[in-house]
Design a protein around this ligand. Structure first.
Ligand code: ZN
Length: 483
């Protein structure tokens, strides 16, 4: 996050909250602090809780994979190939009036082992990778480093996600003109389509139509989103770069689009669509410190100013941010930031927020040592913003202590981020900021998507969607949808 350079004219407030649009929802869920709440649905499907993974009675896959071992990772990968083939056998004729042709070859490789020539290179160059090779119509995966890391860190669904994505490329080439794909198609368009196809495949699985896998719409889809987050591009890469795959914000958007609207929608993703909404952009010259601001008193005053500007249209008294320990003397304790209704203040623990706002350490993230770095400055600012929006919601008479309040909060934080990204706000977003908010949202105890008492909504899918909706469409849907 950065302060705005010029002293341009202030833009009128873009955020308005209409008290009349707030339909107060009945409280639900338990009262244990930090206990996730179950709410609503996931794109029309119920929120389910069970272990996601291979079915114990899954059939033996009828696919041949070169160099596959008997490892659990290969077992999941091979079942994923068989499963996603089932999916496309059903959907290609139904959605595109085309018969499915199985992928010509499949390869499981060890990048540290015997070198195999593949797709104009060798497997030694493809460590921590999985890929689709169009000229050979081949899907290949690193069984030794990538797959075990994905499984260990996120669970079995991470492997299925990555292979579903690579298979999405194979489908894209089969569709050709029906997906608008030719030699000139940019990487980012192809990647967005592949993430979207992965989403449509997971929808089918979540509808319990897979013979091989079961996926819950809570923890199961959380595994998917966390792995998409993990394989995001570095902050500061441009969507125009050769090889751009998108930020976590962009990648989860495409996945959720496919989950909600199906494969034909995915095939319609084109350059114009991507240009209109992609968030991936390079750092500009004004971005000091890789986009991460120091979190101190001065910066917090700018955050206060930015929030006041963004929510002036609500017509309620703005909550005041005070650095006084992070919890309310006579109320909620959701440190490092709490909203205190009786004083209309956001009580913060500046030191703890500065810790949370340390830059992301990507190397440590790869090694599984996440505690080495923070989540980035915007994660910390968004937590403060989430408590601030509780004050705005309180001011207009909305309920603060139920699951809808959590989603409405995430949506309003997104609306603030959108306002910041526009012209005239005190602050502006840096590349990577939105992904920092997503990292926070995917934590079990996210504060951005929590109600006044710190109860987060159980499913990451709904949390991320709510933030994105506010970011893209402003605050109006926040009150309409999460009334
Ligand atoms: Zn790809």
């Amino acid at each position: 996050m950065n302060r705005t350079g010029g002293r341009g004219a202030r833009r009128p407030a873009v955020i308005t909250i209409l008290a009349t649009a707030m339909v107060l929802a009945a409280a639900c869920g338990g009262t244990t602090p930090g206990q996730p709440r179950t709410v609503g649905d996931v794109a029309g499907l119920p929120v389910t809780h069970f272990e996601s993974g291979l079915r114990p009675q899954a059939p033996k896959p009828d696919v041949t994979v070169r160099d596959a071992t008997g490892s659990e990772e290969d077992r999941i990968a091979i079942a994923a190939i068989a499963d996603v083939s089932d999916y496309w056998t059903e959907r290609l004729p139904a959605d595109f009036r085309q018969e499915f042709e199985p992928v010509s070859s499949l390869l499981s490789y060890d990048p540290t082992g015997e070198e195999i020539e593949v797709c104009g290179g060798t497997t030694a160059d493809a460590a921590m990778n999985a890929f689709y090779c169009p000229p050979e119509d081949l899907v290949a995966w690193d069984r030794e480093m990538l797959l075990p890391l994905l499984r260990e860190r996120f669970g079995p669904m991470a492997i299925v996600t990555v292979l579903g994505h690579e298979f999405g490329h194979a489908i894209q080439y089969r569709l050709g003109p029906k997906a608008g794909v030719d030699e000139a198609t940019t990487t980012i368009v192809k990647e967005q389509q592949a993430d979207c196809f992965t989403g449509s495949y997971f929808r089918w699985m979540a509808e319990d139509r897979s013979r091989y896998f079961v996926v819950s719409t809570s923890d199961g889809l959380n595994q998917v989103l966390a792995s998409l987050f993990f394989i995001r591009d570095e902050a500061g890469q441009s969507a125009k770069d050769q090889g751009a795959h998108g930020t976590a914000f962009d990648r989860t958007y495409a996945f959720q689009l496919g989950f909600e609207q199906g494969a034909t929608k995915c095939a319609s993703i084109d350059q114009a669509d991507v240009d209109a909404r992609i968030t991936e952009e390079a750092f500009d010259a004004g971005d000091s410190g890789g986009g991460d601001a120091r979190i101190n008193e001065e910066m917090m005053q700018l955050v206060q100013q930015s929030l006041d500007e963004a929510f002036a249209g609500a017509g309620v008294e703005a909550p005041e941010i005070v650095d006084d320990g992070g919890s309310c003397p006579n109320g909620p304790d959701t440190a490092p930031a709490s909203y205190c209704p009786d004083t209309n203040t956001v009580n913060i623990d500046l030191e703890a927020l500065a810790q949370l706002g340390q830059p992301v350490d990507r190397d440590a993230e790869f090694e599984g040592n996440e505690s080495a770095g923070g989540l980035g400055d915007f994660a910390a600012f968004a937590e403060v913003a989430s408590r601030y929006t509780q004050g705005i919601q309180h001011g207009v008479g909305a309920s603060l202590d139920n699951a809808n309040a959590g989603l409405r909060t995430a949506c309003l934080v997104g609306a603030w981020a959108g306002a910041v990204n526009g012209e005239g706000n005190t602050l502006r977003l840096s590349p990577g900021d939105l992904d920092e908010a997503i990292a926070e949202l995917l934590r079990p105890r996210s504060l951005i998507a929590a109600d006044v008492n710190g109860h987060p909504v159980a499913n990451g899918f709904a949390r991320v969607e709510a933030l994105r909706q506010g970011y893209l469409d402003g605050s109006e849907p926040c009150t309409r949808q999460y009334g």
